[in-house]
Design a protein around this ligand. Structure first.
Ligand code: HEM
Ligand code: HEM
Length: 229
């Protein structure tokens, strides 16, 4: 490796831990499967739809827990900020000096919105029905009127999700084109190169074993709830 390459390699800092990256790309695949099967229907397709939808619910629960015990940039406390921090970020952004290693205060809003919307989408799906032969696993536990209402919310949430995903992709493209900041590579490798003078600190990541324990815990709780209900 020549000198400049070595320098760049050294100046990279760890931002996204492996559990966050695995969570993200698995979520992308499962959301794509859920949207495709939800829109195309069919008995086999809808079986897959319900499995992928419930896996998304477990993933979201995992990410919420990981937001408390994950590594630095995965924790809510490090990226969920008040209106003041958002305004300061916008000001700095206009002056060309805004840089945050993890989610910026505005991006944090879209992360929270995405997690909340996926939770609503998955939960309403459990109670949904298609008026013909399909029912979510908990639809029989509520009245037909309630199930119809939750089905309506399930459809509405799907429309909102399309908009949110569109905004998410537009923001990432905007960063690349306008700010020349590639956010995708760090979501793959976990590492970012801070701009000169940003003074970002490299931090060790939380352990993968801890993430696996959280995931097993979430799956056990979900499985027990499903058996109990
Ligand atoms: C089904 C579509 C998608 C969903 C539901 C989704 C959801 C999310 C969520 C929840 C986060 C927050 C990650 C965390 O902190 O745990 C995130 C971040 C991110 N996503 Fe996606 N995503 C989608 C598609 C994509 C695609 C296709 C790309 C790449 C082209 C992408 C690139 C990113 C990047 C780069 C970040 C980090 C942004 C930052 O630096 O603040 N996402 N996404
Ligand atoms: C978060 C993940 C989910 C996404 C993105 C999703 C998305 C969708 C979409 C796009 C549709 C078609 C809506 C339309 O035609 O306008 C749909 C329908 C449906 N989904 Fe989901 N869904 C998810 C989770 C679930 C879960 C967990 C279940 C049940 C276990 C479920 C059960 C159903 C049912 C029964 C329908 C048919 C409703 C009808 O035809 O009126 N979904 N879903």
């Amino acid at each position: 490796m020549n000198e400049p390459e070595q320098h760049v390699e050294k100046s990279k800092i760890r931002v996204w831990d492996l559990p966050v990256r695995l969570f993200h790309w698995l979520l992308v695949v499962l959301v794509a499967v859920s949207i495709y099967t939800g829109l195309t229907g069919g008995l086999k397709g809808m079986d897959l739809h319900m499995v992928s939808g419930q896996a998304i619910l477990c993933l979201v629960a995992f990410r919420v827990l990981w937001g408390f015990i994950g590594s630095r940039h995965a924790r809510f406390v490090h990226f969920v900020r008040g209106p003041r921090a958002m305004l300061a970020y916008l000001r700095d952004s206009r002056a060309g000096r805004a840089w945050t290693p993890g989610h910026n205060p505005l991006g944090a809003l879209s992360v929270l919105a995405m997690l909340a919307l996926l939770a609503v989408q998955g939960t309403t799906g459990l109670f949904a029905n298609d008026d013909i032969f399909l029912e979510g696993p908990l639809a029989a536990k509520v009245s037909k009127g309630t199930s119809d209402y939750l089905t309506f919310i399930h459809h509405l949430a799907a429309d909102a999700l399309f908009i949110l995903i569109g905004l998410h992709l537009a923001a990432i493209l905007g960063y690349l084109v306008v700010k020349r900041d590639n956010l995708v590579t760090p979501m793959v490798t976990g590492r970012k190169v801070p701009p000169a003078g940003a003074g970002a600190e490299d931090r060790p990541f939380a352990s993968l074993r801890r993430a696996l324990l959280v995931l097993v815990f979430v799956a056990c709780v979900y499985w027990s709830l499903a058996a109990w209900l």
